[in-house]
Design a protein around this ligand. Structure first.
Ligand code: ADE
Length: 272
C-alpha cells in the first residue's frame, strides 16, 4: 500500500518511522511519503492560510497550495494505476471505525490531508470529490489542534490490518470491534507470567487447560466489560448474537431484552 501525507508539519509524522508502521515500511509492505505543503507556496512567507469569508475567528487554509500539492501527488502515481482515496481528517467528518479501517486497508493508495486552523477551503474538497473517492473522517468527538495526530491514528489502524504486517494473522481476529463471534463486545482482561504478582493471582480457569471453560470465561468477562464501559454496544447489538449463557450473565448484570428483543438495562447498575 502507498500512503501520502501532505502537511505543514512533516516532523509531526516522524512516528511513522517507528514500531509496526516503521517496520512495515522497512519491509516494503508500506510506501509512506510525507510532503511539506509549503513547498507548493510561492510567496516570501510561504503562506498557507487566510481569514475566513463571512468573518469569524481563526484562519482557513488557502485552496491554491492544496490544489498544487494534490495535483502533484496524484500525477506521481503510475500510469494506469488506481487513483488514491483522499482521507481528510476533520472533527466534522464521519466517525473512524474498525469497519472503515478494514475498508481503507483494502485500497492500494491513500492520501491524507491533515489541516491546521479552521480547516481547508471547501472548494478543495469539492474539486477532488469530483475526481476521487474522498472521505472526511473524525477520530472522535473532541477537537484537536490539527489533523496530524488523527493521521497517525488512522495509518496505524490501517497498517496493522495489511497482510503480513502483524506477525500472527490470528492477532486481529479477537480485536474489539473486529467482525465475527465477539462482534459488538469489548475484549476482556489478559494475564501473563508470573502467576503471582504483589499477592495478586490470576483467575484459576485460565490455568485449567479447559479450552471450553476458558472461552466461556473470556466471553463473560467481555460482556461485563462492555456493559460497564460501552453499554451502547449492548443496546445496539443484534440479540441473535447472545446465546443462553450470554443472556444469563446479562441478566445477572441487570440487562434483559425489551419489547423489540434488543437488550437494555432492566435493573439498577450492579456494582462490582
Ligand atoms: N482535526 C481536529 N480534530 C479532529 C478529530 N477529532 N478528528 C479528525 N481530525 C481532526
Amino acid at each position: 500500500m502507498r500512503i501520502d501525507v501532505v502537511t505543514i508539519f512533516p516532523e509531526y509524522l516522524e512516528p511513522l518511522s517507528v514500531s509496526l508502521v516503521g517496520k512495515a515500511r522497512a519491509r516494503g509492505q508500506l510506501d509512506v511519503r510525507v510532503h511539506d505543503l509549503r513547498e507548493w507556496t510561492h510567496d516570501k512567507h510561504n503562506t498557507v492560510d487566510d481569514t475566513p469569508y463571512g468573518g469569524g475567528p481563526g484562519m482557513v487554509m488557502k485552496p491554491e497550495p492544496w490544489g498544487e500539492a494534490l495535483d502533484a501527488v496524484i500525477e506521481s502515481g503510475a500510469q494506469g494505476e488506481e487513483l488514491p482515496v483522499l482521507v481528510v481528517p476533520t472533527p466534522s467528518g464521519r466517525p473512524f471505525t474498525q469497519e472503515l479501517a478494514v475498508e481503507l486497508s483494502e485500497k492500494s493508495w491513500l492520501v491524507f490531508t491533515p489541516a491546521r486552523y479552521e480547516g481547508i477551503d471547501r472548494r478543495v474538497i469539492e474539486e477532488y470529490g469530483d475526481r476521487l473517492d474522498v472521505r472526511e473522517v473524525s477520530i472522535g468527538d473532541y477537537v484537536l489542534a490539527g489533523g496530524e495526530a488523527p493521521v497517525l491514528v488512522m495509518v496505524e489502524a490501517v497498517a496493522r490490518l495489511l497482510p503480513g504486517v502483524l506477525g500472527n494473522a490470528e492477532s486481529h481476529r479477537d480485536d474489539s470491534f473486529a467482525p465475527g463471534a465477539m462482534a459488538d463486545l469489548l475484549e476482556g482482561p489478559v494475564y501473563t507470567k508470573p502467576p503471582e504478582w504483589r499477592d495478586r493471582g490470576i483467575p484459576d480457569v485460565l490455568l485449567s487447560g479447559h479450552h471450553g471453560k476458558i472461552a466461556r470465561w473470556r466471553r463473560d468477562e467481555a460482556i461485563r466489560r462492555t456493559v460497564r464501559n460501552r453499554p451502547d454496544l449492548i443496546e445496539r447489538a443484534d440479540p441473535a448474537a447472545f446465546d443462553k449463557k450470554d443472556r444469563e450473565i446479562l441478566s445477572i448484570l441487570g440487562w434483559g431484552p425489551g419489547p423489540d428483543g434488543r437488550f437494555g438495562r432492566v435493573a439498577p447498575d450492579v456494582e462490582e
